[in-house]
Design a protein around this ligand. Structure first.
Ligand code: SAH
Length: 269
């Protein structure tokens, strides 16, 4: 069951439990369910029907009354789900998903083709932005994982369809507003994207290496595209504790490059 996102917690919803050591557990609430840790047992029924954003105490079997640890109960954010959900393929990280929303200008009602869909992280971000998404995915098992991840977030009624097929062989859709690509050779999609995208539509490709990015950029030079741009997103978190205020020692230094371009119709002159 997808989370209503607000209001009291319901059975079937996923919640994030955070223990006093900041360890995070994603669980699905079930009537009568129990979450067992060495910090005690948390009864799902102590959480169901209550608010999110509050602490709930676990019970310590055999221990004195009130001895169990307190867990903070939160509704997971989309970023929490993306890093915790079941995945076959590598997912696009939240920092890049955020940038993709803007770079590809994903808007409510946009007709989007996404290939390949992998675990469905980008699908989830696009659907949450209100897009109608068709996914092309080579692998049956990944397509199934993506469908399940999307259904868990948004329910079975989401504007989402995944077809098991190779996007390099063609696109059977027209009048698309956006094409989102996360696969190894996106330049092979350009001849099909040209026909499937509306004039003014945006193509976005996520690529892990700059060699691939250069090859895509070369392809965009020859095609019916304009205004190609490539960016990477560096996100550095900070350690802020008392007088110790500095960047964290570690960061995710590299994930991928984002390249965008717009489909245009040029007039013969
Ligand atoms: N963006 C996804 C991850 C995609 S991983 C996420 O955020 O979860 C890349 C996916 O592309 C893999 O699942 C792979 O099977 C698929 N793929 C690779 N080549 C493809 C092709 N030619 N057509 C369709 N899917 C393809």
């Amino acid at each position: 069951m997808p989370s209503p996102g607000r209001g009291l917690l319901e059975p079937g919803e996923r919640v994030l439990l955070i223990d006093p050591k900041e360890r995070r557990y994603l669980i699905r609430l079930e009537a009568g369910g129990r979450f067992q840790t060495h910090s005690g047992i948390l009864e799902h029924d102590d959480v169901i029907g209550g608010p999110a954003g509050v602490e709930v105490q676990a019970r310590q079997p055999g221990g004195p009354e009130g001895a169990g640890r307190w867990f903070l109960v939160l509704r997971p954010t989309l970023a929490d789900l993306v890093v915790k959900m079941p995945r076959g393929a590598q997912v696009i990280y939240p920092k890049d998903l955020g940038a993709i929303l803007m770079a590809a200008d994903l808007f409510p009602g946009a007709r989007v083709l996404e290939a390949g869909v992998g675990s469905g992280a980008l699908s989830m971000a696009a659907l949450r932005a209100g897009c109608e998404v068709v996914g092309y995915e080579l692998r049956e098992d990944f397509a199934a994982t993506a469908r399940a991840n999307v259904a868990a977030l948004l329910g079975p009624e989401a504007a989402y369809r995944v077809e098991e097929r190779d996007v390099y062989e063609g696109i059977d859709l027209t009048d698309l507003d956006r094409i989102l690509l996360d696969l190894p050779e996106p330049w092979r999609v350009l001849p099909h994207a040209e026909k499937a995208l509306e004039p003014g539509g945006i193509l976005l490709a996520y690529l892990p290496t700059i060699n691939q990015t250069a090859e895509l950029r070369a392809g965009l030079e020859h095609g019916a595209f304009s205004g190609a741009e490539t960016i990477e997103v560096l996100q550095r978190s900070w350690h802020i504790e008392g007088r110790s205020v500095r960047p964290d020692h570690r960061m995710v230094a590299h994930t991928g490059f984002l390249t965008t371009a717009r489909r245009v119709l040029r007039r013969a002159r």
